[in-house]
Design a protein around this ligand. Structure first.
Ligand code: ZN
Length: 605
């Protein structure tokens, strides 16, 4: 069978340039078209990767072939007899998990950034030769990827293969002198690759926790795992965070201080967050990479793939990411309830929850969630956080209505069995689930009529029945106003008086406090303050971003305060009548009754 041959070389690390060649043995006799995806699956924003193609040419049998650019991301080569080769350079200097990166320390690429698709031949198998940069200083570079080897030694440069183009672009590649750790989960080899600078990593702790998370998830869906091996790729940065899921690997960005250090005995919040990210991306191996919406089967690489179901694929994944940390035994119930309380508080404090439904948030993510602006808190709600809470409510509702016979696990397992497990990538194009099918399968599996539940949770902006459902699960609820800006919502024995409130968010600016967001219905909005305004004085006293909260805390609800500042270069004053801070913080704890009766209590089961 014909094979599409790619070769990628880190030719000029100092200029952040990869050189790629692509050979098609049997190009379209009418002239061959090539294209690059405009987005990367898992990150729902048009990113126009073709902007980083710096130069490109085509040749055949030693002669140049005319290559026309016919769209922002498409090229057409003139008709030739015999094999056709493209050669192009790609600029790679984006540290995120969604693009490509190359310097003298490391390289990373997603296929969506570097591999052009051969139109009409994207079903063909691909051979990829990954070549090292030239020079003695790169002698210790290795390769980490979940691509199948086609002759390359383990972690070495050389040839790799993919069954088709979709598979080719779903295995990112890390290059460099990285740290490689290994473990097995349910007998499946897992690599844990860390790039970037860090010291005194507690490797044993990281591997122990990862293994527990992976085994818990594999067992939830049932062995065998849906991959022969799995690769975690982490780049360590001063302040980054993020992840992107792939079918047998994930690319992660972590903040250096969040890694577990030797000698640390407690679990810092940052490490817990990192474990949550690991759990989230790994869960996607089932939920979105194999159980997927019909709109993603296959992905449309040249335009938005629209679905109202992202709350299922991101929200329910977000529900399970922390819950599975608890089930895996890497966090305790109190820690889980603290995380859940933070998620609830985040949703409740967002006025946009009263404007946008989960279905709308999913569908519009391309133009709204992924394009946050100063009005986003007022106009939308995250299908991650509210979707996680809808997953929680669905789980508890099913448990209550079936008297513990069923749970959301049964729904996920049924989805896996019907739409995931038999999904043979490459050989047979898998079917995705239709826009109504998540709900109908949930009804089938549980025997419940869930229409009213889904109408409320997914297609309305009414608040979810969290408090009553959590009470039924033995969880007590405390709702109060934040007592200060950094209040994370711990359970308090006595609730302080709500502080005076403006209803804005501000950030540091050299000259004062910059207003970044003004919340719908807030005193700041009523007074005419806008995002972008620079606040320099409160009641005649100069303020900075740091001192602002202290100045405002001198006042009580009902007080009228004069603020001074600038809109663009125009000096302004605003008279603001302060209000009581709304009760947007929720803290949770197990009820005493539930603690005594621990074996029957969600969320441990
Ligand atoms: Zn996700």
């Amino acid at each position: 069978m014909n094979t599409i041959k790619y070769r990628i070389e880190a030719t000029r690390p100092e200029a952040h340039l990869f050189t790629v060649s692509l050979t098609v043995d049997s190009p379209d006799p009418q002239g061959q078209a090539f294209s690059l995806p405009v987005w990367i699956p898992g990150s729902y924003l048009i990113r126009e990767f073709a902007k980083n193609i710096v130069s490109i040419r085509a040749h055949s049998a030693g002669r140049d072939v005319t290559l026309n650019k016919v769209d922002k991301n498409r090229w057409e080569a003139a008709a030739v007899q015999g094999a056709l080769t493209l050669e192009y350079t790609v600029y790679a200097f984006d540290l995120s998990v969604r693009h490509a990166y190359l310097d003298d320390q490391r390289g990373f690429f997603n296929g969506t950034s570097v591999f052009l698709a051969v139109e009409g031949q994207s079903h063909l198998p691909c051979d990829v030769e990954i070549a090292p940069p030239k020079g003695a200083q790169f002698a210790d570079w290795r390769v980490a990827t979940s691509l199948q080897t086609a002759g390359a030694p383990a972690y070495g440069f050389g040839h790799y293969s993919a069954a088709d183009y979709d598979e080719l672009i779903d295995h990112p590649v890390e290059l460099g002198a990285f740290t490689l750790l290994q473990f097995e989960a349910c007998g499946v080899p897992h690599d844990f690759v860390l790039a970037g600078r860090f010291r005194h990593l507690d490797e044993a702790r990281l591997l122990h926790d990862c293994k527990a998370i992976c085994e818990t998830q594999i067992r939830m869906f049932g062995e065998p795992a849906p991959f022969d091996r799995y690769v975690f790729m982490t780049v360590v940065t001063p302040d980054g965070y993020g992840g992107l899921e792939h079918r047998a690997s994930t690319a992660l960005v972590v903040t250096r201080d969040d890694l577990p250090r030797l000698g640390e005995t407690t679990q810092k919040d940052g490490y817990r967050k990192y474990l949550g990210l690991i759990s989230h991306e790994y869960f996607h191996s089932w939920n979105v990479k194999r159980i997927k919406p019909a709109a993603f089967a296959p992905y449309a690489h040249d335009r938005e793939s629209l679905t109202r179901l992202l709350w299922v694929f991101e929200g329910i994944t977000s529900y399970y990411d922390d819950l599975l940390l608890l089930r895996a035994g890497v966090i305790h119930t109190d820690s889980y309830l603290e995380l859940l309380g933070q998620t609830i508080s985040g949703v409740i404090s967002q006025p946009g929850r009263l404007v946008q439904t989960l279905a709308e948030s999913s569908f519009d993510t391309w133009i709204k969630y992924y394009r946050q602006d100063e009005n986003s808190p007022n106009s939308g709600i995250s299908y991650y956080t509210k979707g996680a809470l809808a997953g929680l409510c669905l789980d508890l509702h099913i448990r209550n209505e079936t008297h513990g016979k069923h749970s959301l696990d049964d729904v996920m397992l049924a989805l896996w069995q019907r739409y995931g497990r038999d999904f043979h990538e490459g050989a047979k194009r898998g079917q995705g689930i239709g826009e109504d099918e998540f709900e109908s399968i949930a009804e089938d599996v549980t025997g419940l009529n869930l229409r009213t539940f889904f109408d409320l949770a997914v297609r309305s902006t009414q608040d979810l029945p969290l408090q009553s459902l959590l009470a039924s699960a033995g969880i007590d609820w405390q709702q109060r106003a934040p007592s200060h800006g950094g209040d994370k919502g711990k359970w308090l024995d006595s609730i302080p008086v709500a502080p005076a409130w403006l209803g804005w968010r501000t950030s540091q600016d050299a000259a004062g406090a910059k207003v970044s967001h003004v919340l719908e219905g807030s005193p700041a909005q009523a007074a005419g303050i806008s995002a972008g305004d620079l606040i320099i004085a409160v009641d005649g006293l100069r303020v900075t971003h740091t001192s602002l909260e202290g100045h405002v805390s001198q006042f009580k609800a009902g007080d009228t305060v004069t603020l001074a500042g600038f809109r663009r270069d125009e000096l302004r004053t605003w008279l603001v009548t302060l209000a009581d801070a709304p009760h947007t913080l929720v803290a949770l704890k197990q009820s005493d009754r539930a603690k005594e009766n621990a074996d029957s209590v969600w969320p441990a089961v």
